[in-house]
Structures are given as structure tokens and as C-alpha cells.
Design a protein around this ligand. Structure first.
Ligand SMILES: *Cc1c(COP(=O)(O)O)cnc(C)c1O
Length: 356
């Protein structure tokens, strides 16, 4: 007899991108921001490191929720902060999906954590393919093809998509949300690099949650801060089941200070977007087929060698990129937009590999 529950024995855990121990690698594999946190953020964290570390942090992150409420034009009761948005995505399964019969639904490819969260919860999952260009099927088409579940207890949508990078319009997301009976989480982890965001849908629909994170756009992966915006009913449910001190104190301090430095971050977003477009053009000249991106990464189909061979060849040049084995994206590499210098080194390595 095993001591471990059957579904836990059988499930596959999430596989994070490599976080290398050796120094001097160019890390373009987990969509981290190449720019440091704003100077105010670093000084706020340093100022907070003293004997107060023995105290518990604010259990409800009141100050941060108030700042975010102001930013998004909602009330603090419409906000919950998480230990990264990953924590909140998991809480959503626990709060909204009855494992006896309830269903977790998402498109493929999208964030590869969703199936793991369904499995952890021992809930049924329903995966439906995006269209060939990774765009969202229209509601009429989903109705016709019948494999989409309009009554799924919980639907996750990554927007802009990861790993494809394409953006979805608020109008098409609105139409999908309108058609769903259960909760819809719009995972906007990369939205600061996009042309549109769907924040308004969190106020328009009581069954829609918007997920955001300080990790990618605000250079704070290390601090683990994410949040959901949504109706008081859904937020209250999530709030009931979270750990009482789920958000660490230095993370709260960091996120609060980040919100006081928005011009700094917005100028970084513009730099990353500009470089993303430039890299796409350079890659095209070298024979890479790059999909249009609204995120801080690109998905690109390399010439000559298979994507997994490219992954290895770049690794020997100390450049880390990401390759997913799923059938839709196995021919592609996902490459984070790093600093100008990182991308120069990448392009030089790519040229050298093509010449070899
Ligand atoms: C990175 C990522 C997240 C998780 O971010 P946290 O660091 O947990 O806040 C959520 N969704 C997508 C699509 C991501 O790529």
C-alpha cells in the first residue's frame, strides 16, 4: 500500500525552465526582464531589512491592494495578492472546481502549469487546440466543434498567449467570457508588452478574473508577487482559502515601491518591444520564421537544424533558450527578449552556428 494518494503518484509535476547555477550564461529561457528593478524598489527592500524581519507581514497586503485598486479603478475588495500569480491560479482550482465532476479547461498550447493544477486537484481537464496560427477559435466555431465545454467550472486563458506570444483582442475575449457559465481566468502575465489589456472585463463580468504578476514586467520574479482582480464574490472565496500570510513582507515592500516607479518600467517596456521587433527582422534574414509577438519573448522556427538541436548548440555557446516538446510547438524555440547586448551575442552565435 502506498502512502501517497493515487492521483499524486500518477501526476506529472510542472517542469520549470532551467535556473542555472553556473554564472556567465545568457538566460533567455524563462522570460525574466533584462532590466533591474527600479532604484526605488531596491532601496525600499534594503531599508526594510532590519529586526522587523521577526514580525509577520500584513496578512492582507492592504497597502499594496489599495495602490493597485487606484491603478485599476476598482476597490481593494476586488483584489487578492498571491505568492506569485501561480499560487492564485492554483487557489482558483480549489475554490471553483469540484473534483467530483468539475472541469478545468484551457487552450493548447498555453501555460503548461494549467494541466498540472488540474491534476493536483484531481479534477477533469479539457484541452482544446488553438487555431493553427495560435489565434483563438471564435465562439461559433467552438460551439460547432463540440469539444469545448461552455459549462467548465474553470477556464484559463493565457493572453497574450505563452508560448506563442500572440495577443487576443478584448472583444474576442469578451465574447468568450460571455459564453462561459463557469469562472474564467484571463492570465495577463505578459500584458504590459501588448497593445491591449482586458482589465475592464473583470468589472464587467462577475465570473471573470484578471491575473497579473510583478514577475515578468516589473523585474520581480525573485519576490513572488502576483494578483487577481475580480468580483467581490470570487475574491472573497479565494481569500478564505489562502494561507493567512501567503505574501512575504519584502515582496509587498518591493511591489509597493514598483508602483511608485511606473515611468521607469514603462520606458523599459518600450525598449523591450522595440528590440523584439528588431530581433524578429534580423531573424527573418537568417531564415527563422518568427510569429508576431505581444510579449517579452518570441516563438520562432529555426532553419537547417531541428529546434532541439538548436537548443543544444546554443547551450554550448552559453545561451539558454526554451524548447517545448508539445506537438504544436516542437519545431519552435521560445526566446526571451533580453538586453541589447544579450541579443547581439545571440545573433552572433546564431550566425556562427549557421556557418558551421
Ligand atoms: C510566468 C507566468 C506566470 C506566473 O508568474 P508568477 O511568477 O507566479 O507570478 C503566470 N502565467 C504565465 C502565462 C506565465 O508565463
Amino acid at each position: 500500500m502506498s502512502l501517497v494518494r493515487k492521483h499524486v503518484r500518477q501526476m506529472h509535476p510542472y517542469i520549470p525552465g532551467e535556473q542555472p547555477k553556473e554564472r556567465g550564461l545568457i538566460k533567455l529561457n524563462t522570460n525574466e526582464n533584462p532590466y533591474p528593478p527600479a532604484p526605488k524598489v531596491l532601496s525600499a527592500i534594503k531599508r526594510a531589512v532590519d529586526d522587523r524581519l521577526r514580525l509577520y507581514p500584513d496578512p492582507r497586503a492592504d497597502k499594496l491592494r489599495e495602490q493597485l485598486a487606484g491603478l485599476h479603478g476598482v476597490n481593494p475588495e476586488n483584489l487578492i495578492i498571491g505568492n506569485g500569480s501561480d499560487e492564485l491560479l492554483g487557489l482558483a482550482a480549489r475554490a471553483f472546481v469540484d473534483p467530483r465532476g468539475g472541469c478545468v479547461q484551457y487552450f493548447t498550447p498555453s501555460y503548461s502549469l494549467y494541466p498540472v493544477l488540474a491534476d493536483i486537484h484531481d479534477a477533469k481537464r479539457n484541452e482544446v487546440c488553438l487555431l493553427d496560427d495560435f489565434s483563438l477559435p471564435a465562439v461559433a466555431q467552438l460551439r460547432k466543434e463540440k469539444d469545448w465545454d461552455f459549462k467548465a467550472a474553470l477556464t484559463y486563458v493565457t493572453t497574450p498567449n505563452a508560448p506563442a506570444g500572440c495577443g487576443y483582442t478584448t472583444a474576442e475575449l469578451d465574447a468568450l467570457c460571455l459564453a462561459q457559465k463557469g469562472v474564467v481566468v484571463l492570465d495577463e502575465a505578459y500584458v504590459d508588452f501588448a497593445e491591449e489589456n482586458a482589465m475592464d472585463l473583470a468589472s464587467k463580468h462577475s465570473h471573470v478574473l484578471i491575473s497579473r504578476t510583478f514577475s515578468k514586467a516589473y523585474s520581480l520574479c525573485f519576490q513572488r508577487i502576483g494578483y487577481f482582480v475580480g468580483s467581490r464574490e470570487l475574491i472573497t472565496a479565494l481569500d478564505k482559502i489562502r494561507d493567512s500570510y501567503n505574501v512575504n513582507g519584502l515582496g509587498q515592500v518591493a511591489a509597493e515601491a514598483a508602483l511608485e516607479s511606473l515611468p521607469y518600467y514603462r520606458s523599459n517596456f518600450r525598449k523591450i518591444i522595440k528590440l523584439r521587433e528588431k530581433v524578429g527582422l534580423f531573424f527573418a534574414e537568417l531564415g527563422f520564421e518568427t510569429l508576431p509577438s505581444q510579449a517579452n519573448f518570441i516563438l520562432t522556427k529555426p532553419p537547417r537544424f531541428s529546434a532541439s538541436t538548436w537548443l543544444k548548440k546554443l547551450r554550448t555557446q552559453k545561451i539558454l533558450v526554451r524548447h517545448f516538446k508539445g506537438s504544436h510547438v516542437k519545431d519552435y524555440l521560445r526566446i526571451t527578449i533580453g538586453s541589447e547586448k544579450d541579443m547581439d551575442v545571440l545573433l552572433r552565435a546564431v550566425r556562427a552556428i549557421l556557418k558551421s
